[in-house]
Design a binder for this molecule. Structure first.
Ligand SMILES: Nc1ncnc2c1ncn2[C@@H]1O[C@H](COP(=O)(O)OP(=O)(O)O)[C@@H](O)[C@H]1O
Ligand SMILES: [Mg+2]
Length: 381
């Protein structure tokens, strides 16, 4: 007997989750179905946290599948509970709900533009992927999306896929990283002047109308600064933690400080995983032992100490990093190089901060709904 996913979905349409008007397929409660021979594994997310509601739903699922699809099916049901949050919805632009299947969301920010935020994000993403994690990258920099170029997919357009009867955007994949960028939807040389609501709508679609699948990490390349867009994203998504990128330069540090403060303010309250010092020193390729501290020495490290947030490490200013970004193959992919080693070290620090954070803190609350999903420690493939 070959079990068909379609038949399972059809059967599940008979069930209404307690407290929901629609059937559980249409309400989006069914987040994943996997079939192995006569075994069926179903992931569901329900809003009613009571044990009774859970049990009732589970029993109904077992019954209906045995009755309508296959009497001998072995069924495993994974239930995730989304508890409603009572906080008021202050920035009403992006709908706050968890993204099923995504374990950790890391926002990468910088106060100032041009400090290498996107470069660092791209290299973190490919390094995480090399380490065996499932990685997605959301380029939310509406002012200067750079991921299509950095990942060598400047002319790609995300395709539409049909997931449980709904049309979803399929992220573009490059170097093992799933990618969506605001740049995929604009002309390359076209100056984009996004109004707040437009930008929020586009971001909302890339977040919730996309088929990201299961991810261990989703990295978000935020626009520089500390504006409305940041607030919308922070308040809409259950962000696990934030990484702030700065150069050692005074003007960059002042803005990085504002960036950290933004995450720590009461209404946002996103844990800061730490600060990365980019362009920490210049090293010429032919004299790799020589370090020139052209933007000042250890500025970001001192800032981290001052703000009592972790220091995640430093990346040198080297020509190969800039070239790699321009040709669309992140430098951390060049194996055996000091640049690869530097990104590996920083990525390990980030992962270790995420694990520590997930052990000690409750999941960050998105505006309407708190997810239990962010609570689990990072998992490896
Ligand atoms: N460590 C580095 N060494 C050399 N060039 C770098 C480094 N980090 C960033 N760059 C270059 O600096 C420029 C700005 O970096 P980018 O990542 O686009 O900054 P942001 O996203 O903060 O605006 C890019 O041309 C990039 O290739
Ligand atoms: Mg950028």
């Amino acid at each position: 007997m070959k079990i068909d996913k379609k038949d399972i979905l059809k059967a599940l349409e008979h069930i209404t989750v307690p407290g929901e008007g629609q059937n559980m397929v249409d309400s989006g409660a069914v987040t994943n179905i996997q079939i192995f021979g006569d075994e069926v594994e179903i992931d569901i997310t329900i809003k009613n946290p009571s044990l009774q509601a859970r049990k009732k739903t589970e029993v109904e699922i077992l019954k209906i599948i045995h009755k309508e699809v296959y009497a001998k099916a072995k069924i495993k049901i994974n239930v995730k509970v989304e508890a409603p949050d009572t906080k008021p919805n202050k920035v009403n632009e992006i709908k706050g709900k968890a993204i099923p299947g995504i374990s950790n969301i890391i926002a990468v920010a910088s106060g100032k533009g041009g400090v290498g935020k996107s470069t660092v994000t791209a290299n973190l993403a490919v390094t995480l992927s090399k380490m065996g994690f499932k990685v997605g990258l959301l380029d939310a920099d509406i002012y200067g999306p750079s991921m299509p170029i950095m990942f060598d997919v400047p002319n790609e357009k995300p395709l539409a896929v049909n997931i449980a009867g709904k049309s979803k955007m399929k992220p573009v994949e490059s170097y093992g990283v799933k990618l969506l960028s605001i740049g995929f939807f604009t002309q390359r040389d076209q100056a984009v002047i996004w109004r707040g609501p437009m930008a929020s709508k586009a971001l909302n679609q890339m977040i919730f109308d996309a088929h990201w699948g299961d991810l261990d990490f989703m990295l978000i390349d935020l626009p520089p600064g500390t504006g409305d867009i940041h607030l919308s994203i922070m308040q809409a998504l259950p962000i696990t933690g934030a990484v702030v990128v700065s150069t050692p330069q005074e003007v960059a540090l002042a803005d990085a400080r504002k960036g950290v403060a933004m995450f720590q303010q009461d209404s946002i309250n996103v844990p800061v995983l730490g600060i990365i010092e980019n362009m920490a020193y210049f090293t010429p390729a032919e004299l790799p032992e020589n370090k020139y501290y052209i933007f000042g020495k250890e500025g970001a490290k001192h800032l981290a100490e001052d703000l009592k947030v972790p220091f995640l490490g430093e990346i040198p200013l080297v020509q190969s990093i800039r070239e790699a970004g321009d040709v669309g193959r992140p430098a951390a992919l060049q194996s055996g190089t000091p640049v690869e080693a530097a990104f590996e070290e920083i990525t390990r620090q980030v992962v270790s901060e995420v694990v520590g954070r997930n052990k000690t803190l409750p999941p960050t609350e998105a505006i309407k709904i708190t997810t239990m999903a962010g609570c689990s420690a990072v998992k490896k493939k």
